[in-house]
Design a protein. Structure first.
Length: 608
């Protein structure tokens, strides 16, 4: 094993130990692990105990025998999942990555390179587009699979076999698997290879026999529109965009594979309410796959939908610039950058995030400027930025781009210049620094350009006591009258005009019962330009059901009218509503509420 005079973390050691044991290239003992990981016998024994506990969570046993050393015993699919998860961790830094390569090459000289070459040839032959950041991890993983398949053939579930058997790409997979003649069970391994490859392939059209996933994408986008109270003008394009990313996500779920999303906590923190709305909207995918969605997958789609919301607002009559985003660190980082930059620069059209390799294939006439996390040789305007920008960094970037492109609508005063002019004439209090003042001033200046979710109104701010009504009339009004009754508090507070009420009703006539969120709860809404004066919400609860469009399939007990002034300011409130809708007990409490106080209390509890 390559000697590196560097201390590995406990997680690094255990991940590498799992990989060493799994390839079964030698009879791994405590001594082998000591020598490879450069730690004491006691440390190795402690790590072994933790690995054994970790393996049990997968339904796998780690045992030692004099004949074979340490070996994993159990379902081969589970063992490969453990390998995959350990591999993701080991590829996260250069030192452990080099050790993984060395381990693979013990099987044959340049073994990893051979696998890499064959997979690249396969992708080029069939013109398959992949997620760049997933390609390397897939190549490494399949190299481990090939080694294990010599002695440990795979057995897939009936569901996996049925789904994979319908894919057009499955027949193409035979060509790749047949190259590695040492694999014993060709058919099973072909299906397994197909599933792994589909976890990184992006579909631009309905292909590979995955039409059912296009239908799922349609439902997800429809559900997001309803839950977020937005209307995508180019709905089919949004569906196609989501579908391209849904295909690999579905096959990752089918195989129980994870994706590495190192910035998931930042996504959850910075896009908390959008994350919750996205999680709610992805329920068709969860139902289809029969698997719980990991936060890393939800975070991925959160950024996709965030970008789509940002694209809803267009500035008419302004010069449009084309920009490329380059971020070699991964697709999730690229998507976050795209969402952030689209908000800061509404006059710039951002082309799909590209890898360095993809950038080299584009014509220089296709774009005007580049935002990148690394230095690039280019004749175009280049801005080096971080995947997630601080408030101060956003202010500086705004100023710089405005000066370079002479954009009149993004004039942000230079905070640095202002402070240089002011500070000689003022005395700073103890503990107050120039950098702190700079940060505060920048926050104030770009507040309207990038309003923080923490400042957005909560559901309890909008659904106040005077906006909540109960109706126990007999007979129950028809659905149109119900919407008119539900919107009365908004009219009384002059949040909307009568035109908006008519628009909400017309939307249902034009598009069907799309406002039905399920559980007998409806969210009537229209577009801001249809007569919204101020952001508002109102709730009307009926004792008996109101049948939407007079259809018995859509009984509604609660109408929640939404009057949104834009595509974002209401998202925090609606995220609280989705918390209620995703909790059966909370839904039941809402449906059985008899007083305004009960509704208000439920909302406040969910917000806490």
């Amino acid at each position: 094993m390559i000697r590196q005079e560097i201390s590995l973390t406990e997680c690094d050691r255990q991940a590498l130990a799992i990989l060493m044991i799994s390839v079964e290239l030698e009879d791994v003992s405590v001594y082998h692990l000591q020598d490879a990981l450069l730690v004491s016998r006691g440390t190795v024994l402690t790590d072994i105990k933790k690995i054994q506990s970790h393996a049990i969570a997968y339904g796998v046993l780690l045992k030692y025998t004099r004949k074979n050393g340490y070996r994993f015993y159990g379902n081969e699919t589970a063992i490969r999942l453990m390998i995959h998860h350990s591999l993701l961790h080991s590829l996260a830094n250069v030192i452990t990555r080099k050790r993984v390569e060395h381990l693979l090459n013990q099987s044959a000289t340049h073994y990893y390179k051979e696998v890499e070459f064959e997979i690249h040839q396969f992708l080029q032959k069939y013109r398959l587009t992949v997620v760049p950041s997933r390609l390397a991890e897939t190549i490494y993983f399949l190299a481990f699979v090939i080694i294990r398949a010599k002695q440990h053939p795979i057995q897939l579930t009936e569901k996996q076999t049925t789904i994979l058997g319908k894919l057009i790409i499955r027949t193409k997979g035979h060509a790749l698997v047949s190259h590695f003649s040492s694999i014993l069970d060709k058919d099973a391994e072909t299906d397994y290879f197909t599933m792994v490859l589909m976890g990184m392939i992006q579909s631009k059209i309905r292909e590979f026999g995955t039409e059912f996933l296009y239908d799922c994408s349609y439902l997800i986008c429809q559900k997001f529109e309803h839950a977020a109270g937005v209307v995508f003008d180019k709905f089919d394009e949004v569906v196609a965009h989501i579908y391209a990313h849904l295909v690999p996500a579905y096959f990752r779920l089918l195989g129980q594979f994870r994706i590495q999303n190192v910035i998931i906590e930042q996504i959850r923190r910075q896009y908390e309410h959008l994350f919750q709305l996205t999680q709610y909207s992805l329920s068709p995918l969860a139902a289809l796959s029969g698997a719980k969605l990991a936060d890393s997958e939800i975070g991925y789609f959160t950024i996709l939908f965030g970008g789509e919301i940002a694209n809803l607002t267009e500035r008419i009559g302004e010069k449009r610039y084309q920009a490329i985003i380059v971020c070699p660190s991964g697709i999730s980082s690229s998507l976050i950058m795209m969402s952030e930059l689209a908000t800061l620069f509404p006059m710039i059209d951002f082309i799909e995030a590209a890898s360095l390799q993809e950038l080299s294939k584009l014509s220089i006439n296709d774009y005007d400027l580049i935002f990148s996390t690394v230095e690039i040789e280019t004749k175009k305007l280049l801005y080096i930025i971080k995947p997630i920008l601080t408030t101060v960094e956003k202010g500086e970037l705004l100023r710089l781009v405005q000066e370079d492109l002479l954009i009149p609508t993004v004039v942000v005063p230079s905070v640095t210049e202002m402070l240089e002019a002011i500070l000689p004439y003022v005395t700073l209090k103890d503990g107050i620094t120039k950098d702190r003042i700079k940060k505060i001033a920048t926050q104030k200046l770009i507040k309207q350009l990038n309003k923080k979710e923490g400042e957005l109104p909560m559901l309890s701010d909008l659904l106040t006591v005077d906006k909540i009504q109960f109706n126990d009339q007999d007979p129950t009004p028809d659905w149109q009258s119900a919407i008119r009754l539900a919107s009365e508090p908004l009219l009384n507070h002059q949040d909307i005009s009568m035109q908006y009420v008519d628009a909400m009703i017309q939307k249902v006539k034009d598009y069907g019962p799309f406002i039905h969120l399920g559980f007998g709860i409806a969210l009537p809404h229209a577009r801001p330009e249809d007569g919204v004066h101020r952001l508002g919400m109102s709730l009307l609860k009926f004792e008996n059901p109101v049948y939407l469009l007079d259809d018995k399939k859509h009984p509604i007990y609660i109408f929640i009218c939404l009057a949104a002034v834009d595509n974002a300011s209401h998202l925090r409130a609606l995220s609280s509503l989705t918390k209620i809708l995703t909790d059966k007990l909370s839904v039941q409490r809402l449906l059985s509420a008899k007083t305004t106080e009960e509704v208000v209390q439920l909302i406040q509890e969910k917000e806490e």
